[in-house]
Design a protein around this ligand. Sequence first.
Ligand SMILES: C[S@@+](CC[C@H](N)C(=O)[O-])C[C@H]1O[C@@H](n2cnc3c(N)ncnc32)[C@H](O)[C@@H]1O
Length: 380
Amino acid sequence: VTPPGVEGITARELAGLGLAPGVPTPGGVPFGAVHGELYAANLMLRTATRVLVRLAEFPARAFYELERKAKRVPWGLVLRPGDPVAFRVTSRKSKLYHLDGIAERLTSSCGGSPGPESTDYTDDTDDSGEPIDSPAAGRAPQLIIVRVFRDLVTISADSSGDLLHRRGYRQALGKAPLRETLAAAMLLTAEYDGTGPLVDPFCGSGTIPIESALIARRIPPGIDRRFAFEHWPSYEPALWESVRAGGRARMLDRAPAPILGWDRDAGAIAAAASNAARAGVGGDVVVAQGAISGLVVPPGPGIIVSNPPYGVRLGEAGDLRDLYARFGRVLRAECPGWRAALLSAAREHDAATGLGFVERWHTSNGGVKVRCSVVDIPVA
Ligand SMILES: C[S@@+](CC[C@H](N)C(=O)[O-])C[C@H]1O[C@@H](n2cnc3c(N)ncnc32)[C@H](O)[C@@H]1O
Protein backbone atom coordinates (compact mmCIF):
# COMPACT_ATOMS: atom_id res chain seq x y z
CA VAL A 1 0.00 0.00 0.00
CA THR A 2 1.41 3.36 -0.98
CA PRO A 3 0.27 6.96 -0.62
CA PRO A 4 -1.93 7.40 -3.73
CA GLY A 5 0.20 9.08 -6.40
CA VAL A 6 3.56 7.55 -5.48
CA GLU A 7 2.85 3.99 -6.70
CA GLY A 8 5.41 4.35 -9.53
CA ILE A 9 8.18 5.24 -7.08
CA THR A 10 7.33 2.33 -4.80
CA ALA A 11 7.37 0.06 -7.86
CA ARG A 12 10.90 1.31 -8.63
CA GLU A 13 11.95 0.63 -5.05
CA LEU A 14 10.58 -2.92 -5.31
CA ALA A 15 12.46 -3.47 -8.56
CA GLY A 16 15.63 -2.20 -6.85
CA LEU A 17 15.14 -4.84 -4.13
CA GLY A 18 14.81 -7.53 -6.80
CA LEU A 19 11.06 -7.95 -6.11
CA ALA A 20 9.49 -7.70 -9.57
CA PRO A 21 6.52 -5.32 -9.18
CA GLY A 22 3.25 -5.95 -11.02
CA VAL A 23 1.11 -3.24 -12.58
CA PRO A 24 0.35 -0.55 -9.94
CA THR A 25 -3.26 0.09 -8.92
CA PRO A 26 -4.39 3.33 -7.24
CA GLY A 27 -2.72 3.29 -3.83
CA GLY A 28 -0.87 0.00 -4.25
CA VAL A 29 1.70 -2.10 -6.08
CA PRO A 30 1.32 -5.90 -6.22
CA PHE A 31 4.34 -8.16 -5.97
CA GLY A 32 5.07 -11.80 -5.22
CA ALA A 33 7.39 -12.72 -2.36
CA VAL A 34 8.61 -15.62 -0.26
CA HIS A 35 8.94 -15.03 3.49
CA GLY A 36 12.40 -13.45 3.49
CA GLU A 37 11.35 -11.10 0.70
CA LEU A 38 8.25 -10.09 2.64
CA TYR A 39 10.47 -9.23 5.61
CA ALA A 40 12.87 -7.32 3.34
CA ALA A 41 10.01 -5.30 1.81
CA ASN A 42 8.89 -4.22 5.30
CA LEU A 43 12.44 -3.44 6.36
CA MET A 44 13.62 -1.62 3.25
CA LEU A 45 10.74 0.15 1.47
CA ARG A 46 10.94 3.88 2.11
CA THR A 47 7.74 4.96 0.35
CA ALA A 48 5.23 2.19 1.23
CA THR A 49 2.57 2.70 3.91
CA ARG A 50 2.19 -0.98 4.74
CA VAL A 51 2.73 -4.40 3.19
CA LEU A 52 -0.32 -6.63 2.89
CA VAL A 53 -0.31 -10.37 2.26
CA ARG A 54 -3.14 -11.59 0.08
CA LEU A 55 -4.69 -14.61 1.83
CA ALA A 56 -7.66 -15.37 -0.38
CA GLU A 57 -9.89 -14.14 -3.16
CA PHE A 58 -13.28 -15.71 -3.91
CA PRO A 59 -16.76 -14.74 -5.09
CA ALA A 60 -19.52 -14.61 -2.46
CA ARG A 61 -23.05 -13.25 -2.72
CA ALA A 62 -24.55 -14.46 0.58
CA PHE A 63 -23.41 -14.94 4.17
CA TYR A 64 -23.62 -18.75 4.01
CA GLU A 65 -21.32 -18.68 0.97
CA LEU A 66 -18.93 -16.31 2.74
CA GLU A 67 -18.86 -18.56 5.84
CA ARG A 68 -18.27 -21.71 3.80
CA LYS A 69 -15.43 -20.21 1.77
CA ALA A 70 -13.91 -18.39 4.76
CA LYS A 71 -13.19 -21.78 6.35
CA ARG A 72 -10.71 -22.49 3.56
CA VAL A 73 -8.73 -19.25 4.06
CA PRO A 74 -5.25 -20.13 5.43
CA TRP A 75 -5.77 -18.12 8.64
CA GLY A 76 -3.17 -20.25 10.37
CA LEU A 77 -0.38 -18.45 8.49
CA VAL A 78 -1.10 -15.22 10.36
CA LEU A 79 -3.24 -16.08 13.42
CA ARG A 80 -3.23 -18.49 16.35
CA PRO A 81 -6.55 -19.46 17.92
CA GLY A 82 -7.62 -16.67 20.27
CA ASP A 83 -5.22 -14.05 18.86
CA PRO A 84 -6.68 -10.53 18.86
CA VAL A 85 -7.86 -9.64 15.35
CA ALA A 86 -9.44 -6.52 13.81
CA PHE A 87 -11.22 -6.55 10.47
CA ARG A 88 -11.42 -3.48 8.25
CA VAL A 89 -14.09 -4.13 5.65
CA THR A 90 -15.16 -2.15 2.60
CA SER A 91 -17.83 -3.18 0.09
CA ARG A 92 -18.87 -1.68 -3.24
CA LYS A 93 -21.33 -2.80 -5.89
CA SER A 94 -21.94 -6.11 -4.07
CA LYS A 95 -24.77 -8.16 -2.58
CA LEU A 96 -22.80 -8.43 0.67
CA TYR A 97 -22.76 -4.89 1.95
CA HIS A 98 -23.39 -5.16 5.71
CA LEU A 99 -19.85 -4.46 6.89
CA ASP A 100 -20.27 -5.50 10.53
CA GLY A 101 -22.02 -8.69 9.38
CA ILE A 102 -19.07 -9.56 7.11
CA ALA A 103 -16.57 -8.85 9.91
CA GLU A 104 -18.56 -11.00 12.39
CA ARG A 105 -18.69 -14.00 10.01
CA LEU A 106 -14.99 -13.75 9.29
CA THR A 107 -14.03 -13.27 12.94
CA SER A 108 -15.78 -16.47 13.93
CA SER A 109 -14.32 -18.46 11.03
CA CYS A 110 -10.72 -17.28 11.59
CA GLY A 111 -10.64 -18.41 15.23
CA GLY A 112 -9.30 -15.07 16.52
CA SER A 113 -10.93 -12.91 19.15
CA PRO A 114 -12.10 -9.40 18.28
CA GLY A 115 -9.38 -6.98 19.38
CA PRO A 116 -9.80 -3.33 20.32
CA GLU A 117 -9.72 -0.89 17.42
CA SER A 118 -6.61 1.26 17.37
CA THR A 119 -6.20 4.61 15.66
CA ASP A 120 -3.80 2.82 13.34
CA TYR A 121 -6.80 1.31 11.64
CA THR A 122 -8.28 4.50 10.32
CA ASP A 123 -7.83 5.24 6.63
CA ASP A 124 -4.10 5.12 5.83
CA THR A 125 -4.39 7.98 3.38
CA ASP A 126 -5.86 10.32 5.94
CA ASP A 127 -2.91 10.43 8.26
CA SER A 128 -2.06 13.86 9.55
CA GLY A 129 1.46 13.08 10.66
CA GLU A 130 0.48 12.90 14.29
CA PRO A 131 3.05 11.55 16.74
CA ILE A 132 3.29 7.82 17.11
CA ASP A 133 0.39 6.35 19.03
CA SER A 134 1.60 3.15 20.53
CA PRO A 135 -1.44 0.94 20.93
CA ALA A 136 -2.72 0.85 24.50
CA ALA A 137 -1.06 -1.71 26.75
CA GLY A 138 -0.81 -5.17 25.31
CA ARG A 139 -0.54 -6.41 21.82
CA ALA A 140 -2.20 -4.65 18.89
CA PRO A 141 -4.73 -6.87 17.09
CA GLN A 142 -3.76 -8.43 13.78
CA LEU A 143 -5.34 -6.27 11.09
CA ILE A 144 -7.19 -8.09 8.31
CA ILE A 145 -8.29 -5.99 5.35
CA VAL A 146 -11.34 -7.20 3.45
CA ARG A 147 -12.46 -5.67 0.18
CA VAL A 148 -15.69 -6.75 -1.48
CA PHE A 149 -16.07 -5.45 -5.01
CA ARG A 150 -18.60 -6.72 -7.55
CA ASP A 151 -19.19 -9.76 -5.28
CA LEU A 152 -15.51 -10.68 -5.23
CA VAL A 153 -14.11 -10.94 -1.68
CA THR A 154 -10.41 -10.21 -1.23
CA ILE A 155 -8.86 -10.95 2.16
CA SER A 156 -5.41 -9.62 3.11
CA ALA A 157 -3.36 -9.64 6.31
CA ASP A 158 -1.34 -6.59 7.30
CA SER A 159 2.26 -7.70 7.82
CA SER A 160 3.54 -4.29 8.97
CA GLY A 161 1.66 -3.32 12.16
CA ASP A 162 2.31 0.36 12.84
CA LEU A 163 2.20 2.24 9.52
CA LEU A 164 5.61 2.12 7.85
CA HIS A 165 6.03 5.89 7.78
CA ARG A 166 6.32 5.65 11.56
CA ARG A 167 10.04 5.09 11.64
CA GLY A 168 10.09 6.02 15.33
CA TYR A 169 12.44 9.01 15.20
CA ARG A 170 10.00 11.88 14.89
CA GLN A 171 8.75 12.91 18.28
CA ALA A 172 9.45 16.63 18.20
CA LEU A 173 7.01 18.13 15.70
CA GLY A 174 7.18 21.36 13.70
CA LYS A 175 4.16 23.27 12.44
CA ALA A 176 3.17 21.13 9.47
CA PRO A 177 5.19 17.93 9.46
CA LEU A 178 5.58 15.95 6.27
CA ARG A 179 4.97 12.23 6.30
CA GLU A 180 8.27 10.33 6.15
CA THR A 181 7.10 8.23 3.19
CA LEU A 182 6.37 11.39 1.17
CA ALA A 183 9.74 12.91 2.08
CA ALA A 184 11.40 9.72 0.84
CA ALA A 185 9.25 9.75 -2.32
CA MET A 186 10.40 13.31 -3.09
CA LEU A 187 14.05 12.37 -2.59
CA LEU A 188 13.76 9.31 -4.83
CA THR A 189 11.91 11.39 -7.45
CA ALA A 190 14.84 13.83 -7.46
CA GLU A 191 17.14 10.78 -7.83
CA TYR A 192 18.94 11.60 -4.60
CA ASP A 193 21.41 8.82 -3.77
CA GLY A 194 23.48 10.49 -1.06
CA THR A 195 26.59 11.07 -3.16
CA GLY A 196 26.07 14.84 -3.52
CA PRO A 197 24.95 17.61 -1.17
CA LEU A 198 21.30 17.91 -0.14
CA VAL A 199 19.66 21.08 1.19
CA ASP A 200 16.15 21.64 2.56
CA PRO A 201 15.72 25.42 3.06
CA PHE A 202 12.34 25.02 4.87
CA CYS A 203 13.20 21.95 6.93
CA GLY A 204 10.69 22.31 9.79
CA SER A 205 11.04 19.27 12.04
CA GLY A 206 13.71 17.87 9.70
CA THR A 207 11.87 15.05 7.95
CA ILE A 208 13.53 15.59 4.55
CA PRO A 209 17.13 15.94 5.84
CA ILE A 210 16.65 12.90 8.10
CA GLU A 211 15.22 10.74 5.30
CA SER A 212 18.14 11.96 3.16
CA ALA A 213 20.62 10.77 5.76
CA LEU A 214 18.90 7.38 5.95
CA ILE A 215 19.21 7.04 2.17
CA ALA A 216 22.80 8.36 2.09
CA ARG A 217 23.90 5.92 4.79
CA ARG A 218 21.75 3.09 3.36
CA ILE A 219 20.01 2.72 6.71
CA PRO A 220 16.89 0.57 6.27
CA PRO A 221 13.97 2.70 7.47
CA GLY A 222 12.58 -0.16 9.56
CA ILE A 223 15.86 -1.24 11.17
CA ASP A 224 14.77 -0.41 14.73
CA ARG A 225 11.07 -1.18 14.69
CA ARG A 226 8.79 -4.16 15.18
CA PHE A 227 6.43 -5.64 12.61
CA ALA A 228 3.11 -7.50 12.80
CA PHE A 229 4.61 -10.52 11.00
CA GLU A 230 6.78 -11.18 14.07
CA HIS A 231 3.62 -12.52 15.80
CA TRP A 232 2.60 -14.85 12.98
CA PRO A 233 2.69 -18.63 13.39
CA SER A 234 4.53 -18.74 10.05
CA TYR A 235 7.21 -16.28 11.30
CA GLU A 236 10.79 -17.48 10.88
CA PRO A 237 12.90 -15.55 13.43
CA ALA A 238 16.28 -16.73 12.13
CA LEU A 239 15.34 -15.69 8.61
CA TRP A 240 14.24 -12.24 9.84
CA GLU A 241 17.52 -11.88 11.76
CA SER A 242 19.50 -12.70 8.63
CA VAL A 243 17.49 -10.24 6.52
CA ARG A 244 18.04 -7.53 9.12
CA ALA A 245 21.72 -8.39 9.51
CA GLY A 246 22.08 -8.10 5.72
CA GLY A 247 20.52 -4.63 5.89
CA ARG A 248 22.83 -3.59 8.72
CA ALA A 249 25.91 -4.85 6.92
CA ARG A 250 25.31 -2.47 4.02
CA MET A 251 24.99 0.60 6.25
CA LEU A 252 27.64 3.33 5.96
CA ASP A 253 29.13 5.00 9.06
CA ARG A 254 28.80 8.48 7.60
CA ALA A 255 26.84 10.22 4.86
CA PRO A 256 29.29 10.78 1.98
CA ALA A 257 28.16 14.40 1.30
CA PRO A 258 26.71 17.30 3.33
CA ILE A 259 23.02 17.36 4.32
CA LEU A 260 21.70 20.75 5.44
CA GLY A 261 18.38 21.68 7.02
CA TRP A 262 17.54 25.38 7.16
CA ASP A 263 14.53 27.13 8.70
CA ARG A 264 13.87 30.56 10.09
CA ASP A 265 12.06 29.20 13.12
CA ALA A 266 14.21 28.43 16.19
CA GLY A 267 11.71 25.86 17.50
CA ALA A 268 11.73 24.00 14.19
CA ILE A 269 15.53 23.91 14.15
CA ALA A 270 15.61 22.52 17.69
CA ALA A 271 13.02 19.87 16.75
CA ALA A 272 14.99 18.93 13.61
CA ALA A 273 18.21 18.53 15.62
CA SER A 274 16.59 16.34 18.26
CA ASN A 275 14.76 14.22 15.66
CA ALA A 276 17.99 13.73 13.71
CA ALA A 277 19.77 12.63 16.89
CA ARG A 278 16.93 10.20 17.68
CA ALA A 279 17.19 8.77 14.16
CA GLY A 280 20.92 8.16 14.72
CA VAL A 281 21.92 10.64 12.01
CA GLY A 282 22.73 13.63 14.23
CA GLY A 283 26.30 13.60 12.89
CA ASP A 284 25.18 13.66 9.25
CA VAL A 285 22.57 16.41 9.31
CA VAL A 286 23.61 20.02 9.89
CA VAL A 287 20.78 22.36 10.85
CA ALA A 288 20.96 26.14 10.73
CA GLN A 289 18.51 28.90 11.57
CA GLY A 290 17.89 31.54 8.94
CA ALA A 291 15.36 33.00 6.52
CA ILE A 292 15.36 31.79 2.90
CA SER A 293 16.85 35.11 1.75
CA GLY A 294 20.08 34.33 3.67
CA LEU A 295 20.44 30.71 2.49
CA VAL A 296 24.06 29.54 2.23
CA VAL A 297 24.58 26.18 0.51
CA PRO A 298 27.65 23.91 0.47
CA PRO A 299 29.69 23.67 -2.75
CA GLY A 300 27.60 21.85 -5.37
CA PRO A 301 25.98 21.03 -7.57
CA GLY A 302 23.60 19.18 -5.32
CA ILE A 303 19.90 18.72 -4.80
CA ILE A 304 17.33 20.95 -3.09
CA VAL A 305 14.33 19.02 -1.76
CA SER A 306 11.81 21.03 0.19
CA ASN A 307 8.27 21.46 1.39
CA PRO A 308 7.84 25.24 1.77
CA PRO A 309 4.83 26.68 3.65
CA TYR A 310 1.51 25.76 2.00
CA GLY A 311 -0.59 28.54 3.39
CA VAL A 312 -3.49 26.18 3.95
CA ARG A 313 -2.32 25.07 7.33
CA LEU A 314 0.09 27.84 8.15
CA GLY A 315 -2.29 30.69 7.36
CA GLU A 316 0.14 32.83 5.37
CA ALA A 317 -1.78 32.86 2.06
CA GLY A 318 -1.22 36.54 1.30
CA ASP A 319 2.57 36.38 1.44
CA LEU A 320 3.03 33.00 -0.18
CA ARG A 321 3.50 34.23 -3.73
CA ASP A 322 6.25 36.59 -2.53
CA LEU A 323 7.89 33.80 -0.55
CA TYR A 324 7.99 31.45 -3.55
CA ALA A 325 9.28 34.26 -5.79
CA ARG A 326 12.07 34.95 -3.27
CA PHE A 327 12.80 31.22 -3.10
CA GLY A 328 13.12 31.15 -6.91
CA ARG A 329 15.55 34.09 -6.90
CA VAL A 330 17.68 32.50 -4.18
CA LEU A 331 17.82 29.19 -6.06
CA ARG A 332 18.85 30.89 -9.32
CA ALA A 333 21.57 32.91 -7.56
CA GLU A 334 22.93 30.31 -5.12
CA CYS A 335 22.25 26.97 -6.78
CA PRO A 336 22.90 27.13 -10.55
CA GLY A 337 23.21 23.62 -11.97
CA TRP A 338 21.44 22.05 -8.96
CA ARG A 339 18.21 20.07 -9.18
CA ALA A 340 15.22 21.12 -7.06
CA ALA A 341 12.17 19.09 -6.00
CA LEU A 342 9.38 20.86 -4.25
CA LEU A 343 6.15 19.80 -2.55
CA SER A 344 3.56 22.54 -2.79
CA ALA A 345 -0.19 22.95 -2.56
CA ALA A 346 -0.76 24.99 -5.74
CA ARG A 347 0.55 25.34 -9.27
CA GLU A 348 0.66 29.14 -8.77
CA HIS A 349 3.24 28.68 -6.01
CA ASP A 350 5.56 26.64 -8.24
CA ALA A 351 5.02 29.15 -11.05
CA ALA A 352 5.90 32.08 -8.76
CA THR A 353 9.47 30.74 -8.50
CA GLY A 354 9.89 31.47 -12.23
CA LEU A 355 11.91 28.27 -12.58
CA GLY A 356 9.58 26.12 -14.71
CA PHE A 357 8.90 23.33 -12.22
CA VAL A 358 7.25 20.27 -13.80
CA GLU A 359 4.76 18.19 -11.77
CA ARG A 360 5.81 14.56 -11.28
CA TRP A 361 3.05 13.31 -8.96
CA HIS A 362 0.40 14.54 -6.57
CA THR A 363 -1.09 13.15 -3.38
CA SER A 364 -2.41 14.40 -0.06
CA ASN A 365 -0.53 15.12 3.15
CA GLY A 366 -2.65 15.39 6.27
CA GLY A 367 -5.72 16.15 4.16
CA VAL A 368 -4.06 18.83 1.99
CA LYS A 369 -3.69 18.12 -1.74
CA VAL A 370 0.01 18.50 -2.58
CA ARG A 371 2.11 18.18 -5.75
CA CYS A 372 5.73 17.22 -6.18
CA SER A 373 7.49 19.10 -8.98
CA VAL A 374 11.07 19.01 -10.18
CA VAL A 375 13.33 21.35 -12.14
CA ASP A 376 16.98 21.50 -13.10
CA ILE A 377 18.09 25.01 -12.20
CA PRO A 378 19.81 26.64 -15.16
CA VAL A 379 23.45 27.67 -15.02
CA ALA A 380 23.43 31.45 -15.56
C1 LIG B 1 5.54 23.12 5.63
S1 LIG B 1 6.73 23.49 6.84
C2 LIG B 1 7.98 22.29 6.53
C3 LIG B 1 7.68 21.01 7.24
C4 LIG B 1 8.80 20.00 7.21
N1 LIG B 1 8.95 19.41 5.88
C5 LIG B 1 8.60 18.93 8.28
O1 LIG B 1 8.53 17.75 7.95
O2 LIG B 1 8.47 19.27 9.45
C6 LIG B 1 7.46 24.98 6.25
C7 LIG B 1 8.56 25.56 7.11
O3 LIG B 1 9.04 26.75 6.48
C8 LIG B 1 9.50 27.63 7.50
N2 LIG B 1 9.54 29.00 6.92
C9 LIG B 1 8.50 29.81 6.65
N3 LIG B 1 8.94 30.95 6.07
C10 LIG B 1 10.29 30.85 5.98
C11 LIG B 1 11.31 31.69 5.46
N4 LIG B 1 11.01 32.86 4.94
N5 LIG B 1 12.58 31.26 5.48
C12 LIG B 1 12.88 30.05 6.03
N6 LIG B 1 11.96 29.21 6.55
C13 LIG B 1 10.68 29.60 6.52
C14 LIG B 1 8.52 27.44 8.62
O4 LIG B 1 9.13 27.80 9.86
C15 LIG B 1 8.17 25.95 8.53
O5 LIG B 1 8.96 25.19 9.44
